[in-house]
Design a protein around this ligand. Structure first.
Ligand SMILES: *Cc1c(COP(=O)(O)O)cnc(C)c1O
Length: 370
């Protein structure tokens, strides 16, 4: 027994099988060109604007306190969100980015043997998070015009369904869900199935018929909202998101949160961003105007782009996707290819968008088959 406890070659600790087969999350590539020309990152739907001076000031202040753990309940941020949204504080749950909160949603609602229904293609984190939770993902293909197929999603519900994820505007296609369609869908969802509406790009949505998340949440005990400070608010690097959920659901989210997950700097920067909403809205409006310019230019070039309500556009390029991404990169813009499917291109600085449009124009004239 002299070598008891020694590793047997080829045998490490036994891990959960679902973990060893996890698909990798592909982050947007950073911007860089080998020859030092300007390069732009249009691959992660980030806000191209730097943090506001008022936000930078509270961040600088907060740094002097990081020898301490942050306020575990994020009480200042929770109170600010409750006031801003006009909801009880007990209905707000914060987390490490909305992806962190999403992971908690899966933990509280779905485990082995349970099903999570979501559209596909949609946010690439969904299948990963569902699998980490040990649940079974039920991806439902988008319609031909790149929208959630709510009829098919309703038909995909079984007695094992515990969670439904709706993404509006949808990443990566940009299409948004409408109130009437969501209402009709929710009427078909059993009352004990949790439906999470992921509104990461809410602030960019200009569709007058868009689903009103808060009103829908108020009207339906099984609906919750997922929101983030990463996109319109420009705090992607700080990792702070939140849910609006009915009290038992919000309490379960708080119970499953990583303790002290939202850092002190993230909490105060989020509060300062809520206070500076008017200034931030000017930036969001500029990005929306720029988005409309990009979409109009693409259509004039002959591209069939779905109407995006987010801060990105989607080109369904099929097998031409990888080559398209490479051509963009050679021109100085990094986009996000989904191999064999399409490319998602963030609306960024006008100079960056122009570089992308120049490549798209070349490709359109060259008659890439799509
Ligand atoms: C970017 C994104 C998020 C937000 O991620 P964070 O973790 O908050 O940075 C959530 N949902 C979708 C669909 C997204 O595209």
């Amino acid at each position: 027994m002299s070598n008891a406890g020694a590793p047997r070659s080829g045998h490490g600790p036994r891990l959960r099988p679902s973990v060893s087969s996890l698909p990798a999350y592909v982050p947007g590539r950073p911007a860089s060109t080998p020859d030092g020309r300007p390069a732009y990152k249009l691959s992660s739907n980030e806000n191209p604007y730097p943090p506001l001076p008022s936000v930078q000031a509270v961040l600088a202040d907060a740094l002097s306190g990081i020898n301490r753990y942050p306020d575990m309940g994020a009480s200042g941020l929770t109170a600010a969100l409750a006031a801003r949204l006009d909801v009880p504080a007990e209905c707000v749950a914060t987390g490490t980015g909305s992806v962190g909160v999403l992971q908690q949603f899966v933990q509280i609602a779905a485990g082995p043997g349970d099903e999570v229904v979501h559209a596909w293609r949609s946010f690439e984190a969904y299948p990963i998070i569902v699998q980490i939770g040990g649940a079974t993902g039920v991806p439902v293909p988008l319609t031909r015009d790149e929208r959630h197929d709510l009829d098919a999603m309703a038909a995909a519900l079984t007695e094992r369904t515990r969670l439904v994820l709706l993404c509006t505007p949808n990443n990566p296609t940009g299409t948004a869900l409408r109130q009437a369609d969501v209402d009709a869908f929710l009427d078909r969802v059993p009352a004990d199935v949790l439906v999470v509406i992921d509104e990461a790009y809410l602030e960019f949505n200009r569709d007058p018929e868009a689903v009103d998340g808060l009103a829908t949440w108020r009207a339906r005990p099984n609906v919750a909202l997922l929101r983030t400070f990463s996109k319109a608010y420009g705090l992607a690097g700080l990792r702070v998101g939140y849910a609006v959920a009915h009290p038992p659901v919000a309490a379960a989210l708080r119970a499953t949160a990583v303790p002290f997950g939202v850092s002190g700097p993230a909490q105060v920067a989020a509060v300062a961003s809520l206070a500076a909403e008017d200034e931030l809205r000017v930036r969001v409006d500029a990005l929306v105007a720029e988005r409309e310019r990009v979409v109009a230019a693409l259509r004039a070039q002959g591209w069939d782009v779905p109407q995006t309500q987010a801060n990105f556009v989607w080109l369904r390029l099929g097998e031409a996707t990888t080559e398209f991404a490479e051509r963009c990169e050679a021109a100085g813009v990094v986009v996000r290819p989904f191999r064999g499917d399409g490319a998602r291109v963030t609306v960024g600085e006008p100079e960056a968008n122009d570089l992308f449009l120049a490549v798209a124009g070349d490709v359109a004239r060259g008659g890439v088959s799509i």
